[in-house]
Design a protein around this ligand. Structure first.
Ligand code: URA
Length: 436
């Protein structure tokens, strides 16, 4: 096949047929098609996009570029959740055991944090001993027996995405809805799930800054799911301020544990319960149960310790120390803490999620590049959030740090990120829209 002809075709905005799309993905995964030609093709897609049926074939080729887990022998509905990434988003740590306690099977394959957003794997690794690199057979056994497994992407799952994502990262082709949608869906469907719930974040701390873009991304992923007979639902949720009260790996584990015992912040609890309710709905489990009743039942599974018990068991099964669930002093902590206070009295009108995410990264909670290491103990704890009243000099948040080298820059960034005014504040709802 003359790949240059396919690049030219896409550059002119013409459709590629199924065989041509599959050939591109296969040749690139096998190293036959060089980076420079795939870069040109991706840029052509960036400008000309893909038709829905082209994207379905492209995604399916990416999905089948490696191992596709077969969970068909497991009883029960296999459902996962994917978030497009945000600041303070620790939902997965609570959601996976809660959904398992509610009877679902959750084969969760997560990623690491990059830039201002955090990653589930980094949070889990702040639990001493927790091993996110389980062999696939062991992962499937955990999903079968406990109802959940929490691992990182293996080299065998969707290798086309791994190569394409790395290439997009250095060719300015990440911010492209069909390419984002195919990247996410190829990895998620390779988990062998029956259905999927998406948490598409919207706002300053999200990939998608506007509701229109978020809606388009969500609908594109729903359409890809439909083309493969996998029901997909999406919640569009607010990411204009951080979710919950903490940013930073160990701090977020503690907040997740609080939430698992029914004592977490309301925004985090509400979003987690909504997403699990959606998972039960899309899996057609308890199809007759009314939504409010289902959500009440989920909150009970937090209150009565059922979800926490499963989290403690998965920690133990994956090599971690389950005593952290009761004794937070076993988790890494920063050596120092200092308050960040209000420079004037008023109402907190905005907390720019991206900026505070970058501030946490500068403390060492996140990575600037894939090669950076993480300091699990550092981060930020919010004492006040959007809409709260503050007095002059009152603490808004606490900075947990080990190294004071970046402290002045972090303070400056926080000063710019947090706007105090006269109010009132019209906060958007947490759940902005529901798509199916
Ligand atoms: N997350 C992914 O997995 N892929 C993208 O392309 C963007 C975000």
């Amino acid at each position: 096949m003359r790949f240059v002809e396919l690049i030219r075709k896409k550059r002119r905005g013409l459709r590629l047929d199924d065989g041509e799309l599959r050939a591109l993905v296969e040749a690139y995964t096998e190293g036959i098609l060089p980076d420079y030609q795939m870069s040109a093709f991706l840029m052509a897609v960036y400008f000309q996009s893909m038709e829905a049926d082209e994207l379905a074939v492209w995604t399916e080729a990416m999905l089948h570029s490696g191992q596709v887990l077969d969970l068909s022998h497991l009883s029960g509905a296999k459902v996962d959740k994917h978030s497009t990434g945000g600041v303070g988003d620790k939902v997965s740590l609570i959601l996976a055991p809660l959904a398992a306690a509610a009877g679902l099977k959750v084969p969760m394959i997560s990623g690491r944090g990059l830039g201002h957003t955090g990653g589930t794997l980094d949070k889990l690794e702040s639990i001493p001993g927790f091993d996110v690199n389980q062999p696939v057979e062991r992962f499937i056994e955990l999903v079968d027996t406990l109802g959940l497994g929490l691992i990182g992407q293996t080299g065998e799952i969707a290798p086309a995405d791994k190569k394409l994502y790395a290439l997009r990262d250095v060719t300015a082709t990440v911010e492209c809805i069909p390419l984002i949608a195919s990247s996410i869906m190829s990895k998620k469907l390779a988990e062998g799930i029956d259905s999927l719930v998406l948490d598409v974040k919207v706002g300053s701390g999200a990939f998608m800054k506007t509701l229109d873009d978020a809606r388009e991304l969500a609908q594109t992923m729903i359409d890809i799911g439909r083309s493969m007979d996998r029901p997909v639902r999406a919640l569009l949720t607010d990411m204009d301020q951080p979710l919950g009260d903490t940013i930073g790996n160990s701090l977020e584990v503690i907040e997740s544990l609080d939430t698992l015992r029914g004592e977490g912040p309301e925004d985090l609890t509400e979003l987690t319960v909504e997403l699990v309710a959606e998972m039960l709905d899309v899996a057609a489990e308890d199809a007759d149960e009314d939504r409010d009743h289902r959500k009440r039942r989920l909150r009970e599974l937090l209150q009565d310790g059922s979800a926490m018990e499963l989290f403690a068991r998965i920690i133990e099964e994956q090599g971690g120390d389950p005593r952290v669930c009761e004794d937070y002093s076993l988790l890494p902590t920063a050596a120092h803490a200092v308050d960040f206070t209000a420079a004037s009295a008023g109402i907190i009108e905005a907390i720019d999620a991206e900026s505070v995410g970058i501030a946490a990264m500068e403390l060492g909670a996140g990575r600037r590049t894939k090669e950076d290491s993480i300091d699990h103990g550092v981060g930020l704890t919010f004492l006040k959030k959007r809409g709260a009243e503050v007095a002059d000099g009152e603490p808004i948040l606490r900075i947990h740090y080990n190294d004071d080298q970046n402290l002045a820059a972090v303070r400056q960034r926080l000063t710019e990120a947090i706007r105090i005014g006269d109010g009132p504040v019209e906060a958007p709802p947490l759940i902005l829209e529901r798509l199916s």
